[in-house]
Ligand binder design. Structure first.
Ligand code: ZN
Length: 333
């Protein structure tokens, strides 16, 4: 067991798939909910052995894939939907897959197998002044990721407030954009359990990822970190006993972890602001000063992190775009 065991909760069967070498996510968590037929929340990525791992864990709980009738996907990242097609095939009958409408395009064949490297991505990387060898590394990493999932040709959509019933459970979707525009938590009211996807994670602060494909957004003014902080507010006052997260261990103190996230983002904004105060520069040249160390392969995450904090600093009037570039030059105010 890589993580502390989950608390036992009636009609909820957690499956924590080990994710060796997958950054610092530790496990990809899948939850089977109900007495059967089952609803699965997320699927984990299509790693060698992952499907078998879920099968064995379901058997321990007295089920098999044939009991799965629907899969609710918390958001459109491959570590959450990668195995959906394989699970559907293993079930031997149609399994409905559901995702928030704003993330539907991410799981599509067109997105996963089409022209993966968009014009928007090139423009963005020129804007941040990323050296060409780093662009190459990011492109390679993105292609590798796409091997860890199958596209979903048939997927239903959910919206905030949608409810899903079954024997022994009642789930309500809470739209919590930020990590991705279509990210959702699911609240199980009988057991007072919140399935948080990547909106809440215990051992790392979730990334409100910058969104490159702006034409896919409902709100053209969408900003990830702004949306993320607003989505944290949305969980205020919710009666939650356990948060079952998308990766790693469960959380018991939801208000406590929310305030630690707020503090983290406040500190990171100050760090970016101080770096700019020392010297106005394009985004890529802020990385070394904001992060003590960026692991190989995580450059895109570092760029995204600084970008979303810059957006907030600009909102607050503490920074400005001095020259739109490319490369774009930012300065502190
Ligand atoms: Zn994830």
């Amino acid at each position: 067991m890589l993580i502390k065991p989950f608390p036992q909760v009636e009609n909820i069967h957690p499956v924590a798939i080990p994710l060796p070498g997958y950054s610092d996510l530790i496990t990809g968590n899948v939850y089977a909910v109900g007495k059967g037929p089952l609803t699965l929340i997320d699927t984990g990525p299509k790693f060698p052995g992952s499907l078998e791992f879920i099968r064995e864990e379901l058997e321990l709980a007295g089920f098999d894939f044939g009991d799965v009738e629907r899969i609710i996907i918390t958001h459109g990242h491959l570590d959450h939907f990668g195995l959906a097609v394989s699970i559907g095939e293993a079930a031997g009958h149609p399994v409905e897959c559901i995702i928030h409408a704003e993330d539907k395009w991410r799981v599509s064949r067109e997105n996963l197998y089409g022209e993966m490297w968009s014009e928007e991505a090139n423009n963005l990387l020129a804007m941040v002044d990323l050296p060409s060898e780093e662009v190459k590394k990011i492109r390679e990493r993105f292609s590798f990721f796409k091997e860890l999932c199958d596209p979903l040709d048939n997927v239903s959509v959910m919206e905030d407030g949608d409810e899903f019933f079954g024997d022994g459970y009642h789930l309500t979707a809470i739209h919590t954009p930020g990590h991705s525009p279509g990210s959702c938590c699911l609240y199980e009211s009988r057991q007072r359990v919140l399935f948080s996807g990547d909106h809440i994670i215990k051992h790392i602060t979730p990334n409100p990822l910058m969104d490159i494909k702006r034409d896919r957004l409902r709100d053209p003014h969408y900003q990830s970190l702004k949306a993320y902080l607003k989505s944290l507010d949305k969980l205020n006052g919710l009666d939650v006993r356990f948060v079952f997260t998308g990766h790693g261990e469960h959380v018991e103190d939801l208000p406590g972890i929310i305030s630690s996230y707020r503090e983290h983002h406040r500190e990171r904004m100050d760090l970016v602001w101080k770096a700019l105060k020392r010297e106005s520069r394009p985004l890529y040249h802020l990385i070394d000063e904001v992060f003590a160390c960026v692991p190989e392969g995580d450059t895109f995450l570092a760029i995204s992190e600084i970008f979303v904090h810059l957006e907030m600093l600009i909102n607050e009037g503490r920074a400005e775009l001095a020259d739109p570039g490319p490369p774009a030059l930012y300065r502190a105010r």
